[in-house]
Write a protein that binds this ligand. Structure first.
Ligand code: DX5
Ligand code: ZN
Length: 219
């Protein structure tokens, strides 16, 4: 099994000090989770490509870009070209997920497919061979600080079953309400990448919060 990934979300960080906020988790976290929202796919607005490009120069940490935007077919490749390690787009917004995943890989990134709270997993299981990661939202996308929804873990279990049965190497990431009291059940269901915003940046010591989360999913 690949080792678990802890990916703090800078959505819960101080946007006026992003470089420092990312440096605070260097050495402790695996990836930096970057939530891009366009006030259209979700009713919230965060950061976009210029900020990702600037931040890219400020840290060597891999970027796990989560695009909560309309028309990812058009905009996602720019994030791969900006040096994001993983670019995840939403199934609900994407015209041609297989083609987009291929484009992202050709641009040097890993491709992630995300499904929001109200989206069933079944229609997307057949896309698993074409992506590097599946992101299962454990809240409704749009805002940090929401309550973890354990019923979403059925999707994680279904994906993990298919990944195992078909011998695929696809990570399953969970995003939303991941904290010390929820991370173990997500791991138990088959998740191996964990996004945490509030649980990391709401803590007095973000690096320590990351280490604590990791200890809960490392056997
Ligand atoms: C929300 C974002 C999440 C958010 C999670 O739509 O995708 O990444 O930062 O925040 P917490 O960990 O506070 O639920
Ligand atoms: Zn996210």
């Amino acid at each position: 099994d690949p080792s678990p990934i802890i990916a703090p979300s800078i959505l819960a960080a101080d946007f006026a000090s992003l470089a420092d906020e990312v440096r605070a988790i260097e050495g402790a976290a695996d990836w930096v989770h970057v939530d891009v929202m366009d006030n259209h796919f979700v009713p919230n607005l965060t950061i976009g490509l210029p900020v990702v490009q600037s931040l890219r120069k400020a840290t060597p940490m891999p970027f796990d870009v989560h695009l909560m935007i309309t028309d990812p077919d058009r905009w996602a490749p720019g994030y791969a070209e900006a040096g994001a390690e993983t670019v995840t787009f939403h199934a609900e917004a994407c015209e041609d997920p297989v083609a987009l995943a291929k484009t992202l890989r050709a641009a040097g990134a890993r491709a992630g497919l995300a499904i929001d709270r109200d989206t069933p997993i079944e229609p997307y299981l057949e896309l698993l061979p074409y992506v590097d990661m599946l992101l299962v939202m454990t809240i409704k996308a749009g805002f940090g600080g929401q309550k973890f929804m354990p019923e979403m873990l059925d999707k994680v279990r279904a994906a993990r079953r298919r990944i195992g049965a078909d011998g695929l190497t696809v990570r399953v990431e969970v995003d939303g309400g991941i904290a010390a009291d929820t991370i173990a059940q997500a791991a138990e269901a088959g998740a191996d990448a964990f996004v945490a915003g509030t649980a990391v940046y709401g803590a007095d010591d973000p690096a320590d919060a990351v280490r604590r989360l990791r200890s809960l999913v490392t056997r």
